[in-house]
Design a protein around this ligand. Structure first.
Ligand code: FAD
Length: 391
């Protein structure tokens, strides 16, 4: 379904990228980054200050030319926007281009064994010592830490103020002595996650992003950053098979005779269509200049359940052949059904759990009361006001 008619080559913005791609048919990550095509919505010189229509035209041109952007999800998606927002000029110049070019991978050192949903509860400490901060503590579920050159690190610089006010945001070189990365092997058999231990790891004070103690605000910038996109209908956070793919496999296999399975397949297909409409609504709002709000949580809550429904049904329809890891319905081995099924439980945990999404919807969409101890909330608000007046 073609949802948007974008301007053609008569639009000079599309013509520019079209010509550039003709001159650079196989661009390197560095060339794409220097041309501003990796994150075109970023300000110049790193992006093109592209509005949503311009971004979508660039996406179309890249797709038509068979050109993929560098893969550096945490760097480009989260670290970069936060450095743009609060980093100083030296930090921007040092980190942004290699990050966009995919030359230096990044990871996110936020979650800890005792603080995931309640991230502000984190206990990893950063203590200033001369020109360094000395880091001690432990992070967990750190995707890609074993490949990463840098990590965005949240650590507590002041334990004596309300928890949201004592956190700072750092750029952490992952080869710093005193950092140990230990693998966590997932039930898919893959190694994506790690535990990361800090034992008197010294990182330069120049790697503090923004002001000491204001890291919580930056963490929210990091987590709230989402680039406009029409793609990403796959069941696994935008990747992987879609409900339509599952229906296609069933159709090719001759259909289903069992009424319960037929009903479930129809339900999954309807969910997919509803999600498509929600995604389109979000894009339309961005085209009108509106920022994404709590509807992102509605979409995430539905999409994560939907991913599990697709993968669960596919595995069930595979019958006994489903015991073979890659096999899907009718023996299909091309859809990534096996790995997807094993990964799907992670959907409702990573990036904010289903319950947390529902809390956000309850508070910001339905206007229900906040889910924290009221006294604690008041103390936090009071401390923040005091800090703002003092600062
Ligand atoms: C695929 C994947 C990749 C990840 N990558 C990274 C990464 O790169 N870096 C990183 O720092 N972290 C990463 N994480 C960790 C992720 O951010 C946390 O798992 C997530 O925030 C939940 O925290 P937790 O696991 O500590 O669970 P908890 O917060 O302990 O939650 C346990 C259960 O309690 C529920 N719960 C908690 N609080 C509430 C509440 N207030 N109301 C109702 N229910 C509640 C939760 O929904 C959940 O069901 C990743 C996780 C996944 C699955």
């Amino acid at each position: 379904m073609k949802v948007l008619e974008l301007p053609g080559l008569e639009d000079p913005r599309r013509a520019d990228v079209h010509e550039w791609l003709q001159a650079h048919p196989r661009p390197s990550g560095r060339e794409l980054a220097e041309a501003g095509l990796v994150a075109p919505h970023w300000p110049k010189p790193y992006g093109l200050e592209a509005d949503p229509v311009h971004q979508l035209m660039i996406d179309e041109e890249l797709r038509a030319a068979g050109v993929s952007r560098p893969v550096n999800p945490i760097g480009i998606g989260w670290a970069g926007p936060t450095i743009l927002y609060a980093g100083n000029e030296d930090q921007k110049q040092r980190y942004l281009l290699p990050l966009l070019a995919g030359e230096e991978l990044w990871c996110q050192l936020f979650s800890e064994p005792g603080s995931g949903s309640d991230l502000a509860n984190l206990s990893t400490r950063a203590v200033r010592d001369g020109d360094d901060y000395v880091i001690n503590g432990q992070k967990v579920w750190t995707s890609l830490a074993h490949f990463s050159k840098f990590g965005i690190l949240l650590a507590r610089t002041n334990p004596d103020v309300p928890k949201h006010l004592g956190v700072s945001y750092f750029i952490c070189p992952m080869d710093t002595p005193g950092i140990e990365v230990r693998p966590i092997i997932e039930m898919t058999g893959a190694h994506t996650f790690n535990e990361v231990f800090f034992d008197d790891a010294r990182i330069p004070a120049a790697n503090l992003v923004g002001e000491e103690g204001r890291g919580w605000e930056l963490a929210k910038v990091t987590l709230g950053n989402e680039r406009i996109s029409l793609s990403g209908e796959g069941a696994l956070w935008g990747r992987g098979p879609t409900a339509d793919d599952l229906v296609d496999v069933v159709r090719r296999g001759g259909g289903l005779s069992d009424p319960v399975s037929r009903q479930r397949l129809a339900d999954v297909w309807i969910e997919g269509k509803l999600l498509g409409l929600i995604r389109l609504r979000t894009v339309m709002a961005r085209l009108r200049g509106q920022q994404p709000g709590a509807e992102a949580s509605v979409r995430k809550a539905l999409a994560d359940d939907h991913g599990q429904h697709i993968m669960g049904l596919a595995k069930e329809l595979a019958g006994t052949e489903g015991l073979l890891v890659e096999s899907g319905p009718f023996g299909d081995t091309t859809g990534g059904w096996g790995g997807g099924f094993l990964f799907a439980p992670a959907l409702t945990v990573g990036g904010g759990t289903s319950e947390i999404q529902r809390n956000i919807i309850a508070e910001r969409v339905l206007g229900l009361p906040h889910d924290v101890d009221v006294e604690q909330g008041k103390a936090w608000a009071q401390a923040r006001r005091t800090a703002e007046v003092a600062g």
